[in-house]
Design a protein around this ligand. Structure first.
Ligand code: ATP
Ligand code: MG
Length: 580
């Protein structure tokens, strides 16, 4: 029952200096406070304090997954190649996959995510509609040979993920499983004390299906999301849309103008004395090899990733010198949609019917003005392709969008029948005929969450954990004299007796200054100091987050920290470590 951990026996070697390779706050602090140690690039050992935080995160995830009826399983990380070959991911994943061979030469991979394996498991176990719906999950080690493992456990090559998969016979069933996960994720991140946003995500190649990301705002984040302070809208910048609003009004006839040496938007705008936003920029790309033009206002950039996402599975590539050489009709720097012939024309909704532009005249050193969309050229397909900028209108309410950095901590995704089709996952329906199963897949970055929580809560003095995940509830510091140590151990014992997890710093020969600094660095929510007034039975209680201090008699301090806890007699703090 007693959960007292003595610092003298804890394997924790705090560092005063930042590790040389650490770029982000959480990385620096988790290493300095002795939570994790690096083994190799993106591969980490979890030391006792870190392991406890990881376990606290896992526990909350597990409880909420169980609460929506998820059944926990544990599948291997070492996986045969064949299922991933069947799904196409053996090659699609490219260098991201860790591949290996066994002694007989058979090929294996270390699982980066498990859709294939879960689909096969359900195919083996479920044969009738009566066996569904089912939600299966695991908290397991994943492997991805990331191009740039960075920020400590934020982006590892070996990391912990909770992955779950839902299996249903109907689309409504899938929608329900998705909604259950969404609600469970909200509870998980709220309980953990994380600041998060649910952001619309692009569904990519599968098309049409719902997908949302859970993003934790943080400067160290690698994702950018657009948020609306007015209405609360939030979306990954790749998923932000712009309304298509046709414009009415008379525009004079198209007119060509000589514009010597103006192949760039900047040169053109300067030579005509117009803003770049009055010009139309036409980017040439190849979509599955076919030359295609993409039109956006001259002051905006094309987001190639966003374009590729929306055209997938078609492959998008930039045009090359050779392409231009083969097509003398395409005049580089002077392309205009009014003279493109059969070249498909894609455009951003800002290039709406009725809008008038200055654009290339498809002849060197020549542009055209009063080029009206719908009159002088047609758009074959509208796509949201510009890089979203702060101040762009909110798709929900029209307010000004704000851009922020964030860490992706979770992702929920309606997969549909992609994997069920690959592996012919059918069950017998009510009418005795086979029904194809539909799936969802849902991930949480369990180890990444430790870094995300550290990132959001830490301050200049060190880590500062939300209570739900802290490695202990209270950190008791004995300033050094015998009477202080005695009192510290007594307080620790009383608190543990009331069910709290306590770290007690009774190290001999360590200065009070070092102990205080370590307590702040380690970041347990409450710090109790047995110091100057220990002889009178008075301790100092300190809130790690606010820094507020108060001197209190021991009984009051204990009552404050563990209100209503069972009053177990304070047997000493001799226990070697935390229980449970
Ligand atoms: P990212 O875009 O950050 O690479 P992802 O979209 O590829 O992530 P998913 O396949 O959706 O990741 O995986 C589910 C969750 O696992 C992610 O939301 C993230 O929290 C976590 N995760 C993914 N890659 C890593 C990694 N290299 N290290 C730690 N956690 C990760
Ligand atoms: Mg993702």
């Amino acid at each position: 029952m007693f959960q007292v951990q003595r610092m003298s026996r804890l394997m924790v070697k705090t560092l005063r200096e930042d590790p040389a390779d650490a770029e982000t706050l959480s990385h620096r602090l988790l290493v300095r406070a002795g939570y994790v140690r690096r083994n190799s690039a993106g591969v980490w050992s979890w030391l006792p304090l870190g392991r406890r935080v990881l376990e606290n995160v896992s526990r909350v995830v597990r409880e909420e997954m169980d609460a929506i009826g998820g059944q926990e399983v544990l599948l291997p990380a070492l996986l045969a190649k064949e299922p991933y070959e069947a799904s196409g991911r053996w090659s699609e994943y490219g260098d991201l996959l860790f591949r290996l061979r066994d002694r007989k030469g058979a090929e294996y991979l270390l699982g980066p995510t498990h859709e294939e394996v879960f689909t096969l498991l359900v195919k083996d176990q479920c044969t009738s509609y009566k066996d569904l719906p089912v939600i299966l999950y695991q908290i397991q080690t994943k492997y991805r040979d990331e191009a740039r493992p960075r920020s400590g456990v934020l982006r590892g090559r070996e990391f912990q993920m909770k992955d779950s998969y839902s299996f249903d016979v109907t689309d409504e069933g899938l929608a329900e499983a998705y909604a259950l996960h969404r609600a469970a994720y909200e509870r998980i991140f709220t309980r953990l004390g994380l600041d998060f946003r649910i952001c619309a995500a692009v569904s990519g190649a599968m098309g049409g299906s719902a997908s949302e990301e859970f993003l934790a705002p943080a400067a160290a984040g690698e994702d950018t999301f657009a948020g609306c302070p007015g209405c609360g809208y939030a979306a990954n910048t790749e998923a932000v849309t712009f309304p298509l609003v046709p414009v009415a009004g008379e525009v004079p006839a198209l007119e060509e103008v000589a514009t010597p040496a103006t192949p760039t938007i900047g040169a053109l705008a300067a030579s005509l004395g117009v803003p770049a936003s009055a010009t139309l920029k036409n980017l040439l790309v190849k979509v599955d090899g076919e030359i295609t033009a993409v039109g956006v206002p001259g002051d905006r950039e094309v987001d190639l990733g966003k374009l590729a996402e929306q055209l997938a599975p078609a492959v998008v590539a930039l045009v090359t010198e050779e392409d231009f050489a083969l097509r003398p009709d395409l005049v580089r720097g002077y392309v205009g949609p009014q003279g493109l012939g059969k070249v498909p024309y894609l455009a951003d909704p800002r290039v709406a019917p009725g809008t008038a532009w200055i654009t290339g005249a498809n002849r060197v050193d020549t542009h055209a003005r009063n080029v009206v969309c719908g009159r002088d050229f047609v758009v074959d397909r509208y796509l949201d392709v510009v890089v979203v900028e702060a101040g762009d209108p909110c798709p929900a309410c029209g307010g000004a969008l704000v851009l922020d950095r964030a860490i992706e901590v979770g992702h929920i995704f309606q997969l549909g029948r992609k994997y069920a089709d690959t592996f012919r996952l059918d069950v017998l329906g009510r009418d005795g005929k086979p029904v194809r199963v539909t799936m969802g897949s849902y991930g949480i970055g369990v180890s990444r969450l430790v870094a995300a929580l550290a990132e959001q809560s830490a301050d200049e003095r060190g880590l500062c954990w939300p209570a739900a995940v802290a490695p202990a509830d209270v950190h008791v510091v004995a300033a050094g004299k015998a009477v202080q140590t005695e009192l510290a151990l007594e307080v620790a014992g009383s608190l543990a007796g009331r069910g709290l997890r306590v770290l007690v710093d009774e190290r001999a020969g360590v200065s009070p200054g070092v102990k205080f600094a370590d307590a702040e660095l380690i970041g347990v929510p409450w710090i109790v100091v047995a110091g100057r007034r220990a002889g009178e039975g008075v301790v100092e209680l300190k809130d790690r987050r606010t820094g507020a201090r108060e001197e209190l008699p021991v009984v009051d301090a204990v009552a404050r920290l563990a209100p209503g806890g069972p009053a177990v007699p304070a047997a000493g703090a001799s226990g070697g470590g935390f229980a449970g």
